[in-house]
Design a protein around this ligand. Structure first.
Ligand SMILES: [Zn+2]
Length: 196
């Protein structure tokens, strides 16, 4: 089970705070080493959810290596099944996205929190089931070995570099993506950096 999180303003009755974000470990499989770079992974993983960090070279007990992303999932949106990459001058590549410790998932609408039997009247054609257990990472790979290579944190890097602005410059606000915003397809996730 992942961890449900929601900002709490300290005023509302905690019981009334709706939980709609889920922190989860997500595996992106098959990325060629050439593209296992911070900027590339960050942009691709933005389609999955807000990227909190990543292990660039995780190795599962099955012997498979993958990029492992810590992401904040929006539980009101269908889970992302694949992410793509289209390097200039080459064919588009698609990579499978697998989720660790996934809570119950609806095979029809791809949402977490209910099962296909609980979706609408519970009667669905097989062809409507576009999501499913195949999106779960194999359990043996849930605790992969890490090479220790992590995605760097652009915020801190920016502070270290002292590039203009200084700290306390609305950093917290600028990290938030407006609801429903499309993740960046091009350009860097550094769009979230303060002062940029
Ligand atoms: Zn459903």
């Amino acid at each position: 089970m992942g961890v449900m999180v929601e900002p709490y303003d300290g005023v509302a009755d905690p019981a009334s705070v709706v939980l709609n974000r889920l922190h989860a470990w997500v595996q992106v499989r098959g990325i060629p080493p050439l593209f296992q770079k911070d900027e590339v992974v960050r942009d691709m993983a933005a389609w999955i959810g807000e990227v909190l960090g990543a292990e660039m070279y995780a190795l599962g007990a099955s012997g498979t290596s993958f990029v492992r992303v810590r992401a904040k999932l929006d539980v009101h949106k269908a889970l992302t099944r694949v992410v793509g990459l289209h390097p200039e001058g080459s064919e588009r590549m698609m990579f499978q996205v697998l989720y660790e410790k996934l809570p119950k998932l609806c095979d029809v609408c791809g949402l977490l929190g209910h099962r296909v039997e609980e979706c609408e009247d519970g009667v669905h054609e097989q062809s409507a089931m576009q999501y499913g257990a195949w999106m779960r990472a194999p359990m043996e790979d849930w605790h992969p070995r890490s090479s220790g290579v992590r995605m760097r944190e652009p915020l801190r890097e920016n502070f270290r570099g002292g590039r203009g602005g200084g700290r306390g410059n609305g950093a917290a606000d600028s990290r938030k993506r407006p609801p429903g915003a499309t993740p960046p397809r091009e350009g860097k996730a550094e769009a979230e950096l303060p002062g940029s």
